[in-house]
Design a binder for this molecule. Structure first.
Ligand code: FAD
Length: 387
């Protein structure tokens, strides 16, 4: 982007070479075998990317949404699955601890998470509460110097691999009585369920967190009881911007693959790129890619600079999260079409791009929930202007 700083351009270069060397060559095989790229994950720690937004005092890079989105785009283009796990670790776990936890908690957890010695996850969704995240029912009750937690979390990225889990619970009857705890995998009564097998993002482990009279010390409570709704909403905004970056990376991968194939593949004695209907697909997908990139990075910059109101910031994050994954699914479907039978086979990566991207229309809030957030706020603003 024209407005990237020198530091952001350098980060982009580092991520591009890392992704080409450590992620892209293994993406298809890891998708087939549903295997997490632990080796690459550890190397991300070595080059300082696992604490991209975290305070340098704890080993973080101290960067913002724009930089985190650059990482997500470049990694997402090479291996969406590994990038989803990167998001769960760096944005959902590390960033949440960095922004909301106490100094003691940060000192205890962040350094190991940021070097990659430990893996993190975030548990918000439950079997019965997904879009209605504020309704969660995993209950935490204070007993002396610890809380007893009962319930379960569903669809948690990195669940089985995580040493540390950032977990939202209910501590009261009021809708907003939500409280967060940091769980170590060794805490009594806390376990993870069987892996969940998915249509895409197969190299990113997904599972359940189970709490059966689990004991977590008061010292592991993040903030005060009832503090968590604000924390949850603020982090969801960053999650939505950065997951749109992952989707943008998949769209870029589709476009590059289509341009190559349209020149290589011959039918009726010509390259298929000479047919106007194929040109239409290429013209549309490349134009959509440019639109998405401008919108996304403008939104990320504006998040970093804080130059819009909190309500506008929430709407923008929901808009990029709605528009980009939706457009990328269309681009990925066109990419399959452009490849004909080969596109439908596993010989080419475009079918994986489509399977992987579909998650981006569901995780971090579904398309329908984004529509609800955007429309509600804009209608409210309009009503206020009229009165
Ligand atoms: C691979 C994967 C990884 C994930 N990782 C994590 C993670 O790390 N941590 C975590 O906490 N969660 C995670 N999630 C959960 C994810 O955030 C939820 O799946 C998502 O929020 C949707 O919730 P749900 O699946 O319960 O669907 P539901 O909420 O049951 O939605 C079902 C359908 O109803 C629609 N709907 C619901 N409410 C409304 C409404 N008010 N208006 C209109 N339509 C509506 C939805 O849009 C959807 O189409 C992950 C999910 C997946 C699939």
């Amino acid at each position: 982007m024209w407005f990237f700083s020198q530091e952001e351009k350098e980060l982009q270069n580092v991520c591009q070479s890392f992704a080409q060397k450590e992620l892209a060559p293994k993406a298809a095989e890891l998708d087939n075998t549903e295997t997490f790229n632990l080796e690459a994950f550890k190397k991300m720690g070595e080059i300082g990317l696992l604490g991209i937004t975290a305070d340098p005092e704890y080993g973080g890079a101290g960067l913002g949404a724009t930089s985190a989105t650059i990482v997500m785009e470049e990694f997402g283009k090479a291996c969406a699955s590994t990038t989803l796990s990167y998001l769960a670790h760096s944005i959902l776990c590390v960033n949440n601890i960095d922004k909301n936890a106490s100094k003691e908690q940060k000192q205890k957890y962040l350094p190991k998470l940021i070097t990659g010695e430990q893996i993190g996850c975030m548990g918000m969704s439950e079997p019965g509460y997904g879009s209605d995240a504020i309704g969660i029912q995993t209950k935490a009750k204070l007993n002396g110097d610890s809380y007893t937690v009962n319930g379960s979390k569903m669809w948690i990225t990195n669940a089985q691999n995580s040493d540390v889990a950032y977990v939202y619970t209910r501590t009261g009857d009021h809708k907003k009585d939500l409280t967060t705890f940091i769980f170590d995998k060794t805490m009594p009564g806390y376990s993870t369920g069987n892996p969940i097998h998915k249509m895409g993002m197969k190299a990113s482990p997904t599972g359940e967190l189970i709490f059966e009279n689990a004991k977590v010390p008061v010292g592991n409570r993040v903030g005060e009881e009832g503090d968590s709704v604000y924390h949850m909403m603020r982090n969801l905004e960053l999650e939505r911007i950065t997951i749109a970056g992952l989707s943008l990376g998949i769209a870029k991968a589709c476009v590059e693959q289509c341009l190559r194939y349209a020149n290589e593949r011959k039918q009726f004695g010509k390259s298929i790129g000479e047919f106007q209907l194929v040109q239409k697909m290429i013209a549309e997908m490349t134009t959509e890619l440019e639109m998405m990139r401008s919108f996304l990075y403008t939104t990320a910059k504006s998040y970093d600079e804080g130059n819009v109101s909190p309500a506008r910031s929430r709407v923008l994050a929901a808009q990029v999260k709605l528009a980009i994954p939706k457009m990328t699914t269309k681009i990925a479907l066109d990419a399959i079409q452009l490849h004909g039978g080969y596109g439908y086979s596993r010989e080419f990566p475009v079918e994986r791009y489509m399977r992987d991207n579909k998650l981006n229309e569901i995780g971090a809030g579904t398309n329908e929930v984004m529509i609800m957030i955007i429309a509600k706020q804009l209608l409210k603003d309009s009503l206020q202007k009229m009165s």
